[in-house]
Design a protein around this ligand. Structure first.
Ligand SMILES: Cc1ncc(COP(=O)(O)O)c(C=O)c1O
Length: 394
């Protein structure tokens, strides 16, 4: 017997939802099932809704501060979920994970410096670097047809290049869904430490790890990692509260911390809103049973899509994720140019997915599908996809 209803269809049109509201602008039509941007179509945990409602009903929304309870909540979460000890002074509110990355790029590198990313990877990494006029250095992940791994030999070579300042890590990895192991992270930490390359570890998907995989916070793997990293975390993906914006950073190295936190302070970027602090506290302190059920539901959705594709559209293969609700679909056996692949999904199947090539050229032939929705929606989407592929092939 489950306590929460993830089957419920909730109307999101008319809420200025990015996922639903900009389809026409981005895909040229709005009669699509949106399975793209990374938020889910589930209601947030009731404990979060209750906490926000109660506070909203108080009626006075004056200035607020990050209480001890806020810090203790993050400390408790990291200890319980990851077995990681962090202290209050190591934590700071950040107004968004991508913004947090952008601030670090601004502060710890200069125009023209080289920054390493490991594509196919979450596309804003590249966008932020381009906007900051940094040189993007790619260390493409190696795909063996089943799973991705890091190319350490290539990384060693890239790391030697002059003015290579930062590596941005997606931990766990979006897309592709790898949960990097302690050994992989330690090897990465050794290389970056040796070459004085700061690691920004984006751990936004870290609470959605499946099936005995274990998320390891980057800074936890070794002293070198701890001394040479900025970790960015958030309850936004985990509890579907991305619009509330309640991210934070954890920095072990006092020098890096002082520099980064002063940068934030200077522009009052370290100030959260009432609802940001409150939502994080409610979710982290009281949302764990909801999260457990969510993960079971998401895994059921993943198995459903995998099974459906195997039986009905075997040319599209799921890269089985170790974490999160973003399915990386290997469509290369359809032998379509990327433009035609997008046309198949959008105009024939009437589905809005993320074009795999936006995550780097390594994503060509792939599509990213968000399965964070009621399973009935996925059922409809799969049927539409099957019909579209059959129509094309017959
Ligand atoms: C890896 C990764 N980092 C960051 C974000 C966005 O975080 P924020 O909205 O806090 O900037 C996402 C959202 O999809 C993501 O997948």
């Amino acid at each position: 017997m489950t306590k929460y209803n993830f089957d419920q269809i909730i109307e999101r049109k008319g809420t200025d939802s990015f996922k639903y509201g900009v389809l026409k602008r981005l895909y040229g039509r709005d009669d699509l099932i949106p399975l793209w941007v990374a938020d889910m179509d589930f209601s947030a945990p009731p404990v979060v809704i209750e906490a926000l409602t109660k506070r909203a009903q108080h009626g006075i929304y004056g200035y607020t501060f990050a209480s001890d309870d806020y810090y203790n909540t993050i400390i408790g979460w990291q200890a319980r979920r990851n077995g990681w000890a962090v202290s209050k002074e190591e934590i700071c509110f950040v107004p968004g994970v991508v913004k947090g990355i952008s601030f670090a790029i601004d502060l710890f590198s200069c125009e023209g410096d080289k920054i390493i990313i490991q594509p196919p990877v979450y596309h804003p990494f590249r966008i932020v670097l381009n906007l900051h006029k940094r040189e993007v250095i790619s260390n493409p992940l190696i795909f063996d047809g089943v799973q991705y791994r890091m190319d350490f030999a290539n990384l060693e070579q890239l790391a030697e290049k002059e003015n290579t300042k930062i590596l941005i890590l997606s931990n766990p990895h979006n897309p592709g869904g790898r949960v990097w192991t302690k050994e992989e992270l330690a090897q990465l930490a050794d290389i970056c430490f040796k070459h004085k390359i700061l690691v920004i570890s984006d751990e936004i998907h870290s609470d959605l790890v499946f099936n005995g995989n274990k998320h390891v916070p980057f800074a936890m793997v070794s002293k070198k990692a701890a001394q040479n990293s900025i970790l960015l975390g958030a309850p936004s993906k985990t509890f579907n509260i991305a619009g509330i914006v309640s991210s934070y950073s954890i920095i072990k190295n006092p020098k890096i911390r002082e520099k980064y936190y002063n940068y934030l302070k200077k522009s009052e970027l370290d100030d959260g809103t009432i609802f940001a602090y409150l939502a994080l506290q409610a979710a982290y302190n009281h949302g764990e049973d909801w999260l457990a059920e969510l993960k079971t539901y998401l895994w059921k959705n993943i198995l459903f899509v995998d099974d459906y594709l195997k039986k009905n559209i075997p040319k599209i293969k799921v890269v089985m994720p170790e974490a999160s609700f973003l399915l990386w679909l290997d469509c290369r056996e359809l032998h379509l140019h990327q433009k035609d692949l997008n046309d198949l999904f959008t105009n024939k199947a009437r589905l809005a997915l993320n074009d795999g090539s936006m995550f780097g050229i390594e994503g060509t032939g792939f599509m990213r599908m968000n399965i964070g929705c009621p399973i009935s929606v996925l059922g409809k989407a799969m049927k539409q996809l099957k019909e579209a592929v059959e129509l094309r092939e017959n």
